[in-house]
Design a protein around this ligand. Structure first.
Ligand code: DGY
Length: 370
């Protein structure tokens, strides 16, 4: 699919992306936009080399593609100076190879923060209340009446949520899980007299978090939130920054993983660390699959039927390790954490802005290497 065939700069997108804002943006700035319409989901290095062709100024690519030495060398030979992943994560991109060939790399942070955190929250709720299992039970026609023991799960309120990786997404997830929107910050114009006397609460979980680096975002939130709770006289939830990851694993009832994937976080959750978690803990992963040793996880799920997971990402996507799909205590979804319309359109627009910025001689909107 080609837009503005006579445009001066040739920009290739390896996939069709939501919305038209990103296309308009490029077209208005004199770009010829070529969108690959190839049906297969994952393009090979050879497929992408063919797309780049002899002349290409910039490429918008996807996290399923292997952007290493071969592709950056091909892009550079074609005169290309810009590549943007349509993702915040860039573990599929070899930044040093890009630098070697003079190609700037962009990513798309920010617009997916809340959407991704919402999926982590959804999985936390779905796992704690066994929603997927219960749905399967209904559809199988097994429901023959209310029972005191039927699909009893856990109440999140009052439990402890553990966040590993307190960056943008981890912090947004933490806010969602601990927040308690009291009357003090509620818009009075829409509430009835009765509601005014109530506290309007979120999940109000206690929080423990761990990050190897600074956790400024989350720290700012907990400080402000603490002052607010104190002023409103509400009984505060508790929170602390853990001094080790083990502390989170031992204390939290729900643990959500939000680190980036690099060699220090590969198999961060392994057999030994799984064994440190509570027997009835819930583990959520919306970061990258290889952060968890999936084989060890399947074994752990088998041995501990009350342990639950909510997984959006897998070690070897699009595959799951044998046995995982059979586990009733696992909820699995296909890497959809950022899949809201607003976010995906935003990601496409930011990816286009990255490539356009570089082509026009400005900095990229977001360059993880800057
Ligand atoms: C990302 O952006 O890195 C997500 O995995 C997909 O939105």
């Amino acid at each position: 699919e080609v837009w503005n065939p006579n445009g001066k700069y040739r920009v290739v997108s390896t996939k069709s992306m939501p919305g038209t804002r990103w296309i308009n943006l490029l077209v208005q700035q004199d770009c010829r936009v070529e969108i690959c319409t190839e049906k297969k989901t994952i393009l090979s290095v050879e497929d992408i080399i063919a797309l780049i062709g002899n002349r290409c100024d910039g490429v918008i690519g996807q996290l399923t593609e292997d952007w290493g030495e071969t592709l950056f060398s091909a892009l550079s030979k074609a005169g290309g100076k810009a590549f943007s992943n349509m993702a915040v994560g860039y573990n599929n991109v070899d930044i040093s190879a890009a630098t070697k060939y003079g190609v700037a790399v962009g990513n798309t942070p920010g617009v997916l923060t809340e959407t991704t955190a919402e999926l982590a929250a959804s999985l936390s709720l779905a796992a704690s209340r066994r929603i997927v299992e219960a749905d399967g039970f209904m559809r199988a026609g097994l429901y023959d009446g209310w029972l005191p023991h039927l699909f009893v799960g856990n109440l999140l309120k009052g439990q402890t949520v553990g966040v590993i990786g307190a960056g943008r997404i981890g912090s947004a997830y933490a806010r969602m899980m601990v927040n308690s929107c009291t009357s003090g910050i509620y818009d009075y114009t829409f509430v009835t007299k009765l509601e005014k006397n109530c506290q309007i609460e979120g999940f109000k979980m206690n929080l423990i978090y761990y990050d190897l680096y600074q956790a400024t975002r989350l720290e700012k939130f907990v400080t402000a939130y603490g002052q607010f709770l104190k002023a409103s006289g509400e009984q505060p939830v508790t929170w602390k920054r853990a001094s080790s990851m083990e502390e989170v694993l031992q204390e939290a009832d729900v643990i959500s993983l939000h680190p980036i994937l690099d060699k220090t976080t590969y198999h961060l959750i392994n057999k030994e660390r799984l064994s440190k978690m509570k027997k009835e803990a819930i583990l959520i992963n919306c970061s990258r699959g290889p952060v968890v040793d999936e084989e060890a996880l399947v074994e752990h799920l088998k041995q501990n039927p009350m342990f639950r997971v909510g997984l959006d990402v897998f070690e070897d996507e699009p595959y799951m390790k044998p046995g995982l799909a059979d586990m009733k205590n696992a909820i699995v979804v296909p890497h959809i954490a950022s899949a809201s319309k607003w976010t995906r359109e935003g990601m496409a627009t930011l990816a286009a802005l990255n490539v356009l910025g570089k082509i026009k001689g400005y900095p990229m909107w977001s360059n993880p290497n800057q």
